[in-house]
Design a protein around this ligand. Structure first.
Ligand SMILES: *[C@@H]1O[C@H](CO)[C@@H](O)[C@H](O)[C@H]1NC(C)=O
Ligand SMILES: *[C@@H]1O[C@H](CO)[C@@H](O)[C@H](O)[C@H]1NC(C)=O
Ligand SMILES: *[C@@H]1O[C@H](CO)[C@@H](O)[C@H](O)[C@H]1NC(C)=O
Ligand SMILES: *[C@@H]1O[C@H](CO)[C@@H](O)[C@H](O)[C@H]1NC(C)=O
Length: 603
């Protein structure tokens, strides 16, 4: 079925001959991974395989074969990325993992600026105010029904009003209806010639309005890309070393090795805090008088300034070219009618005319998130329903402050869940809350470095993969992971490596404790100005998100799509989404912890 879908997509891409490869590349790693996991599963369980009917196995192998064929159709392997910035450290990737990394990096490759475009003068860069979009078809009447797909065509212009001739602008799109409390994220396809398509599924009856926002110009993205590869030190870290009356603070980072160009003198002595289990690298400059063993804590050091030139700074102006809406050349809203009762003929004709179908992970209606497919979201409006849902469960949350937000929400909302005072520093944790009456345990712990929290005790600085190895797992165990924001200053390889270590630990956990529920919360959009953009732009988050999903696809992990949930919502983007969005995330989370019992079929 998946292969058929893939074929349909691939066939369509060839027909159009345009840039549908962005679609394909999005899906390709998923298929590849599905096959990979299928294969690993088969090989690991080869003894149980004898009990399986032959055709099951052969279907999986066929699937894998068809996927490799599908990749071959896509042309040569993505280029090999030279490993920089300590990305060769950590556990050695298996050949499959190394290949996966290549596909992952290929799948998120962003269009490069044409050589003639750099260095760009501001007036030649993308200007959202001069740019336009039109809902298609732009001429003639058209009736819209739910189930249809809406396409808006965007044409970008520069500050002089001239059409852009190359792609790479970072646009986001949503379709919404304030009256209905409805909203859905759109999918943007870059045609690489200054035109972009935004695709939206029509999911509700009534008014629907298109909103296109330019997050960054292509020229700005090029700057971000350079910073990511060349300035992973732009957020730096420090540690306090102390023994008796002596104390010293030194600079730390994932890479302080001579080849990372972060050391003033190449031979400066270092403390090597590389994790023995995962091999995750971490280094500090060695204190002059104290030993490396005397490390007391870890903290954010600060943000490097003067990262960009004055000319480049013009590409990052709030209200000018950071998150500014693009206007419509005509009407930007449509009226959606109920689904037509299609005859077979109509169905046939719609298949021919519809472009590639875009399936969002859900949409808002009356302010509530409705996930597409899978478990329908229940609403947990009162603390009793949450208590009943969580009774008997131990929920382990790991990650950055966006995971902490979930802990805080449940801790504040459910009076029976009482926080246990671990004397942890504010906003850092670890945290623990219990409801001993209902046997609920709620825990939060931040992920290992790079973590930009104020001050984490060295003894509490743990890697998620190692923590997962310490859980027995089972049907009473729930794991929540939200790990993204602190990786945006590093090359994507660093994130892939971290996720690979976590994935290995998750595979072990799910083997050891079948029935363990694992929930992965993805990155969300946030408020951007010039400064935030250089360290934490949504573009970095989007790229991390692009590798996260395929890496965990096929593992039986539940995704909470925070990206779409913040993009589709009417409230402003925020690193810590507002309570209305968190409630929807928690509703979705709890819907998976305790799915609605299936109604008995009548008769
Ligand atoms: C990558 O490294 C190889 C040798 O290891 C070198 O020949 C090649 O030029 C490098 N490529 C880039 C893009 O730096
Ligand atoms: C740091 O320690 C790890 C683990 O002991 C070791 O594999 C690695 O080679 C060390 N790195 C440096 C630069 O000393
Ligand atoms: C639908 O289209 C297919 C191929 O284009 C054709 O074989 C089939 O007869 C059509 N069905 C109907 C009901 O028109
Ligand atoms: C929860 O609250 C929302 C909004 O107030 C309401 O629409 C919904 O029906 C409530 N759900 C339940 C199960 O009480």
């Amino acid at each position: 079925m998946l292969a058929a879908e893939y074929e349909a997509v691939a066939g369509h891409g060839r027909q159009r001959g345009v840039t549908m490869c962005r679609h394909l590349s999005k899906y390709a790693p998923i298929f590849f991974l599905l096959a990979l996991f299928g294969l690993i599963f088969l090989l690991r369980n080869i003894h149980t395989l004898e009990n399986l009917k032959c055709h099951t196995a052969s279907t999986l192998f066929q699937l894998q074969k068809s996927i490799h064929t599908a990749f071959a159709q896509e042309g040569p392997l993505p280029p090999y990325h030279n490993h920089t910035f300590c990305s060769h450290l950590g556990l050695e990737p298996s050949p499959d993992e190394a290949l996966e990394e290549r596909y992952l990096l290929g799948s998120i490759a962003w269009p490069q600026l044409p050589a003639r475009a750099a260095p760009a003068l501001l007036r030649q860069t993308s200007d959202p105010v001069h740019s336009l979009f039109a809902v298609l078809p732009s001429k003639g009447p058209r009736e819209w029904h739910t189930g249809d797909q809406l396409e808006a065509l965007v044409q970008m212009h520069d500050f002089q009003g001239r059409p852009k001739r190359y792609g790479g602008d970072f646009l986001v799109a949503r379709l919404h209806s304030p009256e209905l409390g409805a909203g859905v994220a759109g999918r943007v396809v870059d045609h690489l010639n200054g035109f972009y398509s935004a695709l939206f599924p029509l999911l509700w009856v009534g008014m629907a309005q298109v909103e296109i926002t330019m997050v960054h110009s292509s020229e700005a993205v090029a700057v971000l890309q350079r910073l990511r590869e060349q300035r992973p030190d732009r957020v730096f870290f420090k540690s306090l070393f102390r023994s008796g009356y002596l104390s010293e603070t030194t600079m730390c980072n994932m890479c302080l090795l001579p080849d990372s160009q972060q050391l003033k003198q190449p031979q400066e002595p270092l403390c090597n805090f590389t994790d023995l289990h995962t091999g995750e690298p971490w280094f500090c400059l060695k204190p002059k008088l104290l030993s490396c063993d005397s490390r007391v804590n870890h903290a954010k050091g600060g943000y490097q300034k003067n990262l960009i030139t004055n000319k480049e700074a013009l590409l990052f102006q709030s209200g000018v070219n950071i998150k500014v809406v693009v206007h419509a050349s005509g009407p930007d809203r449509i009226d959606v009618l109920p689904k037509k009762l299609d005859g077979p003929e109509l169905e046939n004709s719609s298949i021919k005319t519809e472009p590639v179908k875009y399936n969002p992970s859900g949409y808002y209606y009356q302010g509530s998130w409705r996930p597409s497919g899978g478990t329908p979201a229940r609403q947990f409006n009162d603390s009793l329903s949450i208590t009943q849902c969580l009774a008997g469960k131990a929920i382990h949350m790991y990650g950055d402050s966006t995971a902490r937000q979930w802990f805080e929400y449940l801790n504040a909302f459910v009076p029976d869940i009482k926080e246990f005072n671990l004397h942890s520093p504010k906003n850092v944790g670890p945290y623990m809350a219990v409801d001993s009456k209902h046997n609920i345990l709620l825990k939060y712990r931040c992920h290992g470095p790079p973590i930009r929290f104020s001050t984490v005790s060295a003894s509490e600085l743990r890697y998620v993969a190692n923590e997962l190895d310490g859980l027995p797992g089972g049907p009473h165990t729930v794991v929540v992971l939200s790990i993204w924001a602190h990786f945006s200053t590093f090359p994507v390889e660093v994130y892939i490596r971290r996720m690979r270590h976590i994935r290995r630990a998750l595979v072990r956990l799910l083997d050891r404790g079948p029935g363990t529920l694992v929930v992965l919360r993805s990155a969300n959009l946030q408020a951007l100005d010039q400064e935030v953009s250089l360290y934490n732009s949504d573009w970095f988050s989007l790229q991390l998100d692009g590798v996260l999903r395929p890496m965990f696809a096929g593992l039986g992990v539940v995704f909470v799509d925070a990206w779409e949930m913040t993009l589709a919502h009417h409230l402003p983007h925020n690193l810590h989404p507002p309570p209305a969005i968190i409630k929807n995330m928690i509703d979705l989370f709890l819907s998976h912890v305790c799915p609605a019992k299936k109604k008995k079929k009548k008769g």
